[in-house]
Design a protein around this ligand. Structure first.
Ligand SMILES: Nc1ncnc2c1ncn2[C@@H]1O[C@H](COP(=O)(O)OP(=O)(O)OP(=O)(O)O)[C@@H](O)[C@H]1O
Length: 580
């Protein structure tokens, strides 16, 4: 785990780590100077017949200097550690975001958005805390603890020194027991908190509906139950923690008495000096304070490890099939605009026993306009998801004669554009939203022309700031029709070889829809764009070269709009509004 974290670092930060270790050793040595100076003061200066302040002053100055230097180097160490920890957090966030953006879509169907978001944030905090604990807290505590042990062994008879340092293994055993008993509950707490985050984001996403249905009390009740279960788990955890803290305190108190008793006995027998009694007691406190720290750190470390482990579970998510390197295809570039599906079958991984698409064969020549119709749930959207390489499938889909497996995401994005029913909008200006995903530079004039074709110009005039209008998250401050127009402007800017429309104009009024339809057909004529369009409003498909009609994952009818509407079957029933 720590090696994986270390791989996040640049050479400068790795060198910094060595610097931190050197500083730690220095700091540990400096910490031990105070008890040694006090011992010298007691045995040599204070033991003299007449105590002179001039003899004490240099020792006091020495203690002051040692402590000031120690504090200064601690500040330097802190800055070095913070620099590394913030860098790790930044790189870790980038890696996790990349892993999530490239994860299979089934992962997002299995995990709630808020759950992923909450987990990621907590895990990142835990991961950077691990670094801080290790180098800002743990290592100094170990270093000064070791220095204190060295002084104890140097100053006391071996047996006495051994009994004094027994405080370490006894305390450590208590902490290890605490960690092992609390690990499971920590994982449980982490998962429960992530589930609560998921519920919270789900609730906020449905705030309108909750208000309209007046289900606030119901939701609060649901949340209350979960919060209570979380609280009960947390209390169980805190009770156990308090018990172990108490054991640790008793351990220290017992050894405190042991140290005083042993050293006083030795001093009484003349084996050690009074100064050594004092310095041993100080060394013991130099040992117990890092030991106390160490116990806290080990405990927090174990908590951070749980989070870091969960962080790596996100980073190591499998990469979606569509990012696998394309098979070499011997320099052939896809012929523009042709699309073919041969024997394509598909089942959602969550329901492998159900064939959502069953042996679909379809050939669309360049510049043709094919409509897809069929009852709800028959597999229309799934079919276009496969063409956009969003889900793995059986059979073959080729674009311009090249199998989809052989096309990278970048190559596919260059050729195929998909306009979903609910377009993706980001919290940015309207202009940035229009240009989203367009990889070539576009001029303002081009944007304005595309906006005119998608009937967005009038909308821009009405919005405060025009193209600088701030779109809210998910386009929350725009109407459904306005959001669809923005997605269509992108299409007129991109002029793709293959255009896939999934109910792309469903939120527009009839007049606007007809106008945009004409503009799309004009673009089709100018660029020989191949179009595949799903529409529930069947009149949208009137000008299609061919319509395929789907039912339960299969193509059951094909033909022109006029032929299909006269032929007995699903399409005619849908057209007449009598489909059962
Ligand atoms: N993640 C999923 N897991 C399992 N089944 C799914 C999943 N997503 C969709 N389905 C099922 O797949 C079938 C086809 O869904 P699809 O969205 O392709 O239908 P559609 O024809 O586009 O429907 P509509 O016209 O209502 O949009 C439906 O029965 C649906 O319940």
């Amino acid at each position: 785990m720590l090696r994986k974290l270390f791989s996040f670092l640049r050479p400068r930060q790795k060198a910094q780590f060595l610097g931190v270790l050197v500083i730690l050793a220095l700091s540990a040595g400096l910490t031990q100077l105070t008890p040694l100076a006090i011992e010298y003061l007691t045995d040599h200066v204070l033991a003299e017949q007449s105590i002179r302040f001039q003899s004490v002053a240099p020792i006091l100055l020495f203690i002051l200097c040692a402590n000031v230097v120690n504090e200064v180097i601690k500040v330097i160490r802190r800055l070095m550690v913070e620099d590394t920890a913030t860098y790790i957090e930044k790189s870790a966030r980038q890696r996790a975001t990349e892993a999530l953006l490239k994860a299979p879509l089934s992962y997002f169907r299995a995990h709630m958005t808020g759950n992923i978001h909450g987990r990621l944030n907590r895990n990142l905090e835990g991961t950077s805390k691990l670094i801080k604990l290790l180098f800002m807290d743990f290592a100094p505590a170990v270093a000064s603890g070791m220095a204190a042990v060295a002084v104890i062994f140097a100053k006391l008879p071996l047996l006495v020194a051994l009994s004094v340092v027994m405080v370490i293994p006894v305390g450590t055993l208590i902490v290890l027991r605490q960690i092992s008993t609390q690990k499971g509950i920590r994982v449980e707490l982490m998962e429960t908190k992530a589930a609560m985050d998921g519920t919270m984001v789900e609730l906020l996403g449905g705030i309108d509906t909750i208000r309209v249905l007046d289900s606030t009390q119901r939701e609060l009740g649901r949340l209350e139950g979960r919060s209570e279960r979380l609280r009960a788990k947390e209390m169980k955890h805190h009770t156990a923690m308090a018990f172990y803290d108490c054991l640790k305190f008793i351990n220290e108190a017992v050894f405190n008495v042991v140290v005083i008793a042993l050293t006083v006995l030795l001093a009484a027998g003349g084996t050690i000096s009074i100064g050594t009694v004092l310095s041993t007691y100080l060394c013991f406190t130099q040992l117990t304070s890092p030991l106390r720290e160490l116990h806290r750190i080990l405990d927090e470390f174990s908590e951070s490890m749980v989070l870091a482990r969960d962080y790596f579970a996100i980073v190591e998510l499998p990469t979606d099939f569509s990012y696998r390197l394309p098979a070499p295809r011997g320099g052939t570039d896809p012929a523009p605009g042709e699309l073919e599906l041969k024997g394509v079958s598909f089942s959602y991984p969550e329901k492998p026993e159900v064939k959502t698409l069953d042996h679909i064969d379809l050939r669309v020549e360049r510049g043709k306009f094919v409509g897809i119709a069929g009852p709800s749930g028959c597999g229309k959207s799934t079919l276009i998801k496969l063409i956009a390489k969003l889900e793995p499938y059986e059979g073959h889909i080729t674009i311009g004669g090249v199998d989809l497996d052989g096309l990278s995401r970048a190559e596919l994005a260059e050729r195929v554009a998909l306009v979903p029913q609910s377009p993706f909008l980001v919290a940015d200006t309207l202009y940035e939203n229009i240009c989203y995903g367009i990889k070539r530079p576009v001029s303002r004039a081009e944007v304005e022309e595309a906006a005119r074709r998608a009937c967005l110009s009038q909308v821009v005039e009405q919005l405060a700031g025009g193209y600088d209008f701030q779109v809210a998250e998910g386009g929350g401050n725009l109407s459904g029709g306005q959001r669809q127009r923005i997605a269509l402007v992108r299409i007129f800017l991109r002029k793709p070889e293959i255009l896939i429309l999934d109910e792309a104009t469903s939120a527009l009024d009839n007049t606007t829809e007809k106008y945009i339809q004409t503009q799309i057909e004009e673009m089709q004529a100018e660029q020989s764009t191949t179009i595949l369009s799903i529409a529930h409003r069947l009149t949208t498909l009137e000008h299609c070269d061919e319509i395929i009609v789907m039912d339960r994952g299969e193509i059951v009818q094909r033909g022109s709009f006029h032929a299909l509407k006269e032929t007995p079957g699903i399409f005619r029933d849908m057209h007449r509004g009598v489909l059962k």
